[in-house]
Design a binder for this molecule. Structure first.
Ligand code: ZN
Length: 174
């Protein structure tokens, strides 16, 4: 169920938006401590309040290799994630981003991926996913490398997206 506008707006006020230079930076690995646990709690609250399915730490201005995401509603936390395998087969599909006001563009992604990292208990975790789940993982890992969907879509899609963003930022001037 979607959150009300006020809840969503409060969450978005904490999410860095396209144009913020922090979104182009590369994140550093993390170690588990209480501060990290607190940060992750905060990330999950923001992701859920924004009706997102994934959030990477740089999106709230923290350049650390942390992603939180939901697969079939189950919450996942992955630290220092790396894509260790990608299928050659790709799929083009619409993909939104909380740092682009949730606007979607068509992005080509590997159909299947293997992503490895660490959970909050320090266990090594391996995710082998396909389709939309593989897409979510690739999207969030991209954020840790300073990449966004806008870097991966076609020129036409980018133009269209920029137009839509401009309209949102300049209401009444269209
Ligand atoms: Zn994103």
């Amino acid at each position: 169920m979607a959150n009300d506008d006020k809840t969503r707006a409060a969450a978005f006020s904490q999410i860095r938006q396209f144009g913020d230079p922090v979104l182009k930076e590369v994140s550093k690995p993390v170690e588990i401590d209480d501060e990290l646990r607190k940060l992750i709690d905060r990330m999950v609250i923001i992701m859920d309040a924004a009706d997102g399915v994934g959030l990477a730490a740089p999106q709230i201005g923290i350049l650390r290799q942390i992603i939180v995401f939901r697969l079939d509603k189950d919450l996942n936390v992955l630290l220092n994630p790396k894509i260790t395998w990608k299928s050659e087969e790709t799929i083009v599909d619409a993909e939104g981003c909380l740092s682009l006001a949730s606007l979607a563009v068509d992005v080509e992604r590997a159909k299947e991926v293997k992503v490895e990292g660490m959970d909050l208990e320090g266990n090594h975790r391996v995710y082998e996913q396909e389709g939309i789940k593989a897409r979510i993982l690739q999207h969030e890992v991209d954020h840790l490398e300073g990449k966004m969907v806008i870097d991966r879509c076609s020129r036409e899609q980018r133009k269209d997206l920029m137009g839509r963003l401009r309209k949102m930022r300049l209401p009444g001037e269209d």
